[in-house]
Design a protein around this ligand. Structure first.
Ligand SMILES: [Fe+2]
Length: 464
């Protein structure tokens, strides 16, 4: 009997242009490409990487046209992958894996770190498609044939060793917001704006940090950017002088609490810095202003950073995934207060909303995966209605869903449309793409893959 563990096995065969067998009926209005990114190649010769997040990236494209689904997948041709294939071993430092001891102090070793294995997310910024991770090097690829084009270079002086794989995109203004994290004797979070197509990014503000916290995502409203400095802090001397895998430079210190910094996204002025009790987070869900001086900031939180330990490949035999809590942080700028409210009784991850139309705005629907206890991998899709409190669940025996992506069928709707999710079906050792009616949260169709796709991370729907 196969189980969730096959989702952490290498599956590195590339496929080009195959029509998938469909059960059910694909909606005729659904036209465009679901693009996905995630770790796929975990083995190099006799060497296995240490962690789920260290697998080499595979890009996937599910193309919907005329009620059919065409599929292809291709390994991201990072320099990290090319070197590793050539030498049949890991040659560059990853998230939690490294090629071994290097006697050269880190500061004399000029290769980027972590490597350019951008296996976390995908950004489609008009004609620029990027594979992204927390490493500073973003790789551009062709969204049709998935071929890697090369490093995407900004011709500016904004420095940093790290960034986030979750930039925000203002679709109307065609502007991308993100941070770089600059590590040196003095460390900074550099908040920038990139007007898509421009040669350079604009530095909005530079926030000093004694020991930067691990940063995976952040919040944005019409006026503000919300940076949460969590107490999983970087030892900058280790980062600069030792050759530890990137995440091994961080230390959990709950005595520090979590620091909310609210920045005016236009002027760069810091309007609030306040602390809450400690928590760990990967994912912001949404944030918006309810009036000029109050912000709601919704985040998936964990009590500590142990979820990172849970996904070392040595630990997946016996899962111990800490339970998450979906929480709302009500930030009162005048009173310098942050009130906290739970928003779901379920443990959620990989949160998705109708991002293009509801990010930075009041919203009511969240799609995510969930899990019932610490020893079960994500085995449900869940739709949470924040107004009514009603939650709808999709689940099937032996099946493990990936991040759900909502595709709307009409403007300004959070429920009229479909939800797409790659499901690992351990009953037959293959994956399929599930298409749910977003409103009823019931199955519309599924498209069968001839192989298993390892558990992925994030993706995006690109309309045509
Ligand atoms: Fe993420």
């Amino acid at each position: 009997m196969l189980d969730y563990r096959i989702g952490f096995k290498s599956s590195e065969t590339e496929h080009s242009q195959m029509n998938l067998v469909i059960a059910g009926k694909i909606p005729a209005w659904l036209r465009g490409d679901l693009l996905r990114n995630g770790p796929a190649k975990f083995i190099l010769g006799t060497y296995q990487v240490n962690h789920w997040f260290d697998g080499f990236s595979m890009l996937h494209r599910f193309s919907f046209i005329d009620e059919k689904v065409n599929y292809c997948c291709k390994l991201l041709e990072s320099s990290a992958l090319k070197q590793a294939i050539k030498k049949q071993k890991l040659c560059s430092e990853g998230f939690a894996s490294n090629p071994g001891y290097n006697f050269l102090p880190r500061i004399l070793n000029f290769s980027t770190r972590p490597s350019d294995n951008d296996n976390v997310n995908i950004g489609i910024f008009e004609n620029t498609s990027l594979a992204m991770s927390e490493g500073i090097t973003q790789l551009q690829f062709d969204p049709v044939n998935l071929k890697t084009i090369g490093q995407f270079i900004y011709h500016d002086k904004i420095r940093g060793s790290l960034t986030t794989a979750h930039p925000h995109y203002d679709h109307q203004k065609k502007e991308v917001y993100n941070f770089t994290i600059q590590i040196g004797p003095n460390c900074f979070y550099n908040l920038y704006r990139w007007k898509v197509g421009a040669d350079k990014r604009d530095l909005i503000c530079k926030i000093p940090a004694k020991n930067p916290g691990y940063l995976h995502s952040f919040g944005i409203t019409n006026q503000y950017v919300i940076l949460i400095e969590q107490p999983f802090i970087l030892n900058k001397l280790e980062f600069l002088f030792l050759n530890l895998p990137y995440i091994k430079n961080y230390l959990w210190d709950p005595s520090l609490g979590a620091c909310f910094t609210v920045i005016n996204r236009f002027s760069g002025e810091i309007v609030l810095r306040e602390y809450t009790d400690s928590f760990f987070t990967f994912h912001h869900v949404n944030a918006y202003e309810i009036n000029e001086k109050e912000i709601l900031c919704d985040v998936i939180t964990f009590k500590d950073s142990s979820i990172i330990d849970a996904f070392y490949l040595n630990n997946i035999e016996k899962l111990n995934i800490p339970m998450s809590q979906f929480r709302r942080f009500h930030i009162k700028l005048n009173e310098r207060m942050i009130n906290i409210q739970p928003l779901s009784s379920h443990s959620l991850e990989f949160p998705q909303i109708n991002y293009q139309e509801f990010n930075s705005k009041p919203y009511k629907i969240l799609y995510s995966v969930s899990y019932p206890n610490e020893s079960t991998f994500f085995n449900q899709l869940i739709k949470t209605n924040l107004e009514s409190g009603i939650e709808k669940i999709w689940a099937e025996d032996g099946c493990y869903p990936g991040e759900p992506v909502f595709v709307p069928n009409m403007p300004f709707s959070e429920e009229e449309g479909v939800v797409l999710s790659i499901i690992l079906d351990t009953k037959n050792g293959c994956s399929y793409l599930l298409i749910l009616n977003a409103k009823s949260f019931t199955e519309v169709a599924r498209a069968f893959l001839p192989h298993m796709i390892p558990f992925g991370l994030h993706g995006i729907f690109n309309f045509k």
